[in-house]
Design a binder for this molecule. Sequence first.
Ligand code: IPM
Ligand code: MN
Length: 366
Amino acid sequence: MEKKITILPGDGIGPEVVASAVEVLQAVGKRFQHTFHIAYATIGGAAIDQHEDPLPQETIELCEQSDAILLGAVGGPKWDQNPAELRPEKGLLRIRKHFDLFSNLRPVQAVPSLIKASPLKDDLVKDVDLLIVRELTGGLYFGEPRKRTDEEALDSLVYTRPEIERIVENAFELARVRRGKLTSVDKANVLDTSRLWRQIVDEKKAQYPDVEVEHSLVDSTAMKLITNPGAYDVIVTENMFGDILSDEASVITGSLGVLPSASIRSDNFGLYEPVHGSAPELAGRGIANPAATILSVAMMLRYSFGLKEEAAEIERAVNAVFEDGYFTADLATPDSRVLTTNEWTEKVLNELDTSFVSDSIMTTYI
Ligand code: IPM
Ligand code: MN
């Protein structure tokens, strides 16, 4: 297979973790005989500094010529006082909208060797394996009209039927190949957008008799995510609720630093990025863990390119390195072995190589 990938390193630890993930991508390409063509462009604060635009036209054009995008992170204190259009986050919002990346997948799985870092009790956390499907291009983030004066401000919460239908269908399909349980989260006791959302979920469920559906109000979901996180399989929700719930869910397993995400269009073109932010305080010190970005590459291979075996192999390698007790300083617990970002990446690369050697020996022998 031959694919073009645009790399947007961004700000803070973005460039460091992306460099690790690109090495892993190339190693997997070599091992499975795929060619990944890599090109770099700017986004966020880095793009503001170079082009006075958080999403320059040349970045958009390069992404348009690609099969997928890998992003590090955007943002940092340097640009916090900038006007709205010149904030790093605006680049992210614009790229989501420009490419119609409506389906944001944020999986949260307990990693046994990281459970100690969870603020919750081990037995609540150990079986957590959930997927948040967040609508990413509608709702309050993009609704018109908007207004801001010193006396009054307005944001609009708008959802159309096609916008809800496509994300809900996507979530049903994902639930069907997981554990068959879908929780649709809304605020239907107050909001009309939520009442339409709930109606559409109920209409669709006849087509998915194998999926068990429940509706859940966002406030009580926020509570149950803490008291019983193991009860969830797929959670589908609108943009703002998904933003909030996914940050909450990401700390449940103690592994915020290792969570990947995908933002996908209906033809499977996608943008992949770690859930953690740019972490300016860790930047440039070689201590950030690249697992979330490496696992985002695995999601790219699975969702955009259909390379399931390759994706699973990356996930296996990352888990093996954690299971061997290797961490970076940002994730370290007292009895762990602390490596730098580059050393940790080497361990993953070795893990990928080792299994290649043993596979090929086995094949030759037989
Ligand atoms: C996220 C982030 C973004 C969002 C910000 C940076 C605009 O919090 O990806 O969850 O709110 O969507
Ligand atoms: Mn967020």
